[in-house]
Ligand binder design. Sequence first.
Ligand code: PLP
Length: 486
Amino acid sequence: MQVERHLLFYLNKYRMNEKNRLLKSLPKVDECIAVLRGDPEVQAPQRIIKTVVQETIDREREAILGCNHEGGEWSLAEWIPIFKKNIARKMLPNFRRVINGTGVVIHTNLGRSILSQTATDKLAEAGGYYSNLEFDLETGKRGSRYSLVEELVCYLTGAEAALVVNNNAAAVLIALDTLTKNKEAIVSRGQLVEIGGSFRIPDVMAKSGARLVEVGATNRTHLYDYEQAISEETALLLRVHTSNFRIIGFTSEVSAEDMVALAKKNGLITMEDLGSGSLIDFSRFGFPKEPTVQEIVQAGVDVVTFSGDKLLGGPQAGIIVGRKDIINRIKKNPLNRALRIDKFTLSSLESVLREYLDLDKALKNVPTLRMLTLSAEELKKRAQRLARRLTKKLGQRCRSFIAPTVSRVGGGALPEFNIASWAIVLVPSTMTLNTFEKRLRHLPIPIIGRIENDRFLLDVRTLQEREFGDLGVLLDELFDTGANSD
Ligand SMILES: *Cc1c(COP(=O)(O)O)cnc(C)c1O
């Protein structure tokens, strides 16, 4: 006991001394800055150099204090390359393109839909030139930005009128704010969804000033549930597409047609938040049947909202379509000014919508549609091509072979639905899979894949052909740089 206590005392004392020694060995910030400023390879403003030096040393100090410290006492010369690497990293733009090898086509964290060359050209044009954003070229007078896409949206959806706002959450908010402020909106309990982040239907309704009346049970809601809940205070019947989860088993929801009939009888408005509304019936390609925007409009629903960057494959936007008198009321809501879309969105959205004028063209030219409908056969060929290329480039450093896998739609659309696909399996010979995955994320163009059953996979469905060359170069670079570049 006595001996043990003595030992512990000396051990602690030794640790304290060791920590103090390491802390003292940390380089002086000013000295480091002076050396770095004199280094022609360091191209960064003084403030960046200073911040990086301080952050790097602070991290090291915390590591020493927390006993996580691995290295010994380093000389200034040994510290310099570390600072230089960290400065170079800080000088890279924060917003960067990445290579999506996850197989999730509409990956919300990776920017949802990507745009075609035509649409991105439009974006650049809108940025680099003046435009007729709010200028009527016929009359030479002030025009409306919304008129640029309204006709197209109506043509494609069959609706009388349309309005586009910042995103679908904004579309739901402004529609409810206009139509149900201080009134009641009736929703099925099975449709009170949370989309992710903080978008929850009940919260958005509260923000809009609508009073939520929940009806039915989680798994089953019937027409009479709505009927019984209708009162003097009711303004609207709302349907929300349960896009990101499935209730299976003993379930039922009221169809759009039945809801429309009930609303008509009672002089109420119907609204549907379709989420990732699609203009194409994907069941043609073996996907589960989901209602298209056209079908919901056809069913007589008064207001329908959906996202621009989910299954539509466009830029971030919220599209509202429906009855002309109702859309006009929404247009006049002062919130519209706060939620309006900018010229970049408008220009690229128009370009994407124009592709839909010819469905075959849309399937070919809208990247989201193209990726979702690539056949397993095509994907296998693509994977073989990429594997050959990588094998040639990487040799023994990293083996690559192909394997079947499954992709996901993403964007909260068609959850649980697996799409047969092919992946490249990468087997690095010199590092663990976790290190490999981390280093891929730290490349100048990060490569994002998934680790599954102890294998690192890149699903070729979401890899673009034009990225194949980059992949080779980036992986080559990864295996060539030193071991400490984690
Ligand atoms: C995704 C989604 C939203 C939110 O759309 P954003 O365009 O991301 O704002 C709202 N409702 C449903 C049902 C959704 O699926």
